[in-house]
Design a protein around this ligand. Sequence first.
Ligand SMILES: Cc1cc2nc3c(=O)[nH]c(=O)nc-3n(C[C@H](O)[C@H](O)[C@H](O)COP(=O)(O)OP(=O)(O)OC[C@H]3O[C@@H](n4cnc5c(N)ncnc54)[C@H](O)[C@@H]3O)c2cc1C
Length: 303
Amino acid sequence: MFNRFIASILPYFPKKFIWIFSRPYIAGETMEDAMRVSKELNRKQIMVTLDVLGEFIKTLEEAEANKTEYLNLIDITYKNGITGNFSVKPTSFGLLIDKEICHDHIREIVAKAASYNGFIRIDMEDSPCTDLEIELFRKLKTEYPGNVGLVIQAYLKRTYQDIKGMQDLNNPEFPLSFRLCKGIYVEHESIAFKKYEEINRSFLEDLELMFINKNYVGIATHDKPLVEGACKLIEKYSVPKEMYEFQMLYGVTPKLRENIVSDGHRMRVYVPFGKKWFGYSTRRLKENPKMASHIIKAIFYKG
Ligand SMILES: Cc1cc2nc3c(=O)[nH]c(=O)nc-3n(C[C@H](O)[C@H](O)[C@H](O)COP(=O)(O)OP(=O)(O)OC[C@H]3O[C@@H](n4cnc5c(N)ncnc54)[C@H](O)[C@@H]3O)c2cc1C
């Protein structure tokens, strides 16, 4: 209760204070920071997916600027020899302002990645975006079959059917590529599972469906029981190593991450960076209010 209260008022605290918490979870403000952290992770045999932090945009000029930033990032990343790909949030490219312009921007980003034989993951946002983001993915997957993937949220009740509905895009040469996560937004109980057990059950059912269909899956979770459940399914379906990977957020549950890597599974870390780190940080704090009390302690207990 106390943690929740602290988490809810943190956005009103000075930025410097939030940075104390944020530093372990964000690569930094610049592309150089993103490259440095990516190289460190690559050295540990961990792949990355890079995300330029952004806030909710209001104009198409902002969408254009975001596209330009990603195009530069792709050049810099591959020229630095980083083993990684990129995650994009379609609303940052104008999805809710002008759908066609957003499609054009993300198509250009996918085309740029494809020129390096690279890959773009379309993050899934809140439920008003679900149909729009599936539609965008369908289009791009047809045009760039090996260079684009989609995030799927296990907490949505519609998800199992959505996975089935996309199987027409699956083929052995270019399998569907999903990142499966629980889902981070606050959704109404009429459309979303709310209980921990329900969400976890749904996650494993979705994962099993993906394995049965021989889709590529990024298993994105820090939840140990889910990691264990996923490992059982990998064994049950003899899923080859090149058909799945685990994914985690930068700085979260590093011990579990290490264990997964040392067990021989592939791992990718989501590395957010950019000048707009503040909004990302406060969202993460609200998601995991327990951390708020650690920050408060860090302020009062010196040394
Ligand atoms: C690589 C990646 C990409 C993602 N992309 C999307 C996306 O596109 N759309 C979307 O809706 N959601 C996305 N998410 C977020 C996801 O939906 C969950 O909200 C988030 O991962 C927490 O769920 P969990 O599976 O880790 O389990 P939880 O039950 O939430 O957490 C299990 C345990 O992990 C630890 N933990 C979890 N989260 C944190 C945290 N933030 N800080 C510190 N410890 C933590 C805690 O110890 C916790 O007890 C992504 C997550 C990952 C890992």
